[in-house]
Design a protein around this ligand. Sequence first.
Ligand code: NAD
Length: 419
Amino acid sequence: MAVEVRSQSAFATAQRRFEAAADVIGMSEDQRCLLREIKRELVVHFPVRQDDGSVRVFTGYRVQHNEARGPVKGGIRYHPSVALDEVRALAMWMTWKCGVVGIPYGGAKGGVDVDPRLLSRNELEHLTRRFASEIAILIGPERDIPAPDLGTDAQIMAWIMDTISMHSGHSVTASVTGKPVDVGGSEGRQEAAGRGVTYLSLEALKYLHIEDETPTVAVQGFGKVGASTARLLTEAGLRVVAVSDSRGGVHNPKGLDLEALLEHRQVRGGVSGFKKAEDVTNEELLALPVTVLVPAANENQITQANADRVQARLVTEAANAAVTPEADRVLHDRGVFLVPDILANAGGVIASYFEWVQDLQAFFWEEEEVNTKLHHIITRAFYDVLHTSVNKRVDMRTAAYVIAVQRVANATTVRGIYP
Ligand code: NAD
């Protein structure tokens, strides 16, 4: 069964989720037919000289789903699973993500089919600059603004910004977000996605009246989002008992010493083998008896095959599409409260929006201001979604989609595309 679910088209899943929301809204076919399609997509094949002198050709993508609410925005992913279908789905999800939190962007996504861990720093820089040149015809502060995602980071964003600037003949800092602070990045951006996951988990626990003395947490994926979520939830008084990465996880029911674990990972290249905890598999981590489960790795992790083993009361879906539609139903029937991906990980794009605003104004904010504004926007969105869920008697994911899809449809109508 799990194999069947994994082989499904990600874009077909995204479209199904859109149709479910459009049904709740009672949207006409005239409106649906535009919103369910991709506006623009670019596929590039480009050469990169390797350190040994050979040449490799890579395939990259930039897809723009919808620009009714403003310029498009979305991450760039470096991963061997990157393919057009997945990038289309992620671009559509970005449209809804920006819509549900009410920031003035449409959705885009990009990526390169590559395992960045197998490249030297020199090769990574060349690949990034060449890819940025290839997609430069689409990129710019008023048009399309990339950001980091799986397998990319602030350094890669700096190289992209520098390449776009070389094409323009002047610095265009607002062309990319998630950059280092030294080149127009925003304070607080680095951990904003994890901070959003943290704010929402705390808000959901409050709403659920979860009485556990110290709620426990398992985080799947100990990357940019997962590691900052684990740290911030610990700071908020929760006990993080398990984390994992692609090679496996570690579990200590008394709580993990995250600083020691980060040092261990630095030396060993992964969290497994940490001596102050037991090793667990990723599958075992998802089924641990914890209060909060945060999937923060990649797609299709909680499926029909394992959703009935999830023991958490709350799932905060930090990774895009970590929970499949079939698993959604199982979790919902079992009373597991889900904060869906388009809301759960929106902290990243909200802080990216702040970075873009600061770059355009060349006026930079203190981190406290970034965090306060992030908290305000994401908490308001949480209660918007919750109220829609209760009023329309739909699950949290459908409610988030209903708000987002309605906002994009409104913008489309007001702009006068429909006769
Ligand atoms: P990252 O590359 O920094 O980290 C990913 C982590 O997941 C790594 O620890 C990796 O080892 C682990 N991982 C990969 N495959 C795994 C598997 N099968 N099982 C367990 N662990 C696995 O990526 P990130 O930026 O933290 O992104 C994580 C998720 O959050 C992605 O879905 C991404 O789209 C989403 N997201 C990221 C941001 C952002 O600002 N970085 C914003 C919004 C959403």
